[in-house]
Write a protein that binds this ligand. Structure first.
Ligand SMILES: [Zn+2]
Length: 55
């Protein structure tokens, strides 16, 4: 079993390297990780909370 958090996963396009053919991976923007569905939900939730608390 993976020990990484469930909100992030290794980018399938570059396999976690962040690069494809020496160029920045467009899928993960060079980070080597991509957000899972849960991660995107969490991010959206956090953004919404920030927005409501700011104004
Ligand atoms: Zn990638």
């Amino acid at each position: 079993m993976k020990s990484t958090s469930s909100i992030e996963e290794e980018c399938l396009s570059c396999h976690g390297t962040g690069k494809i053919n020496q160029k920045k991976c467009p899928a993960c923007n060079g980070t080597g990780t991509s957000l899972t569905e849960d991660g995107q939900k969490l991010l959206k939730f956090l953004r919404d909370s920030i927005r409501t608390s700011e104004h």
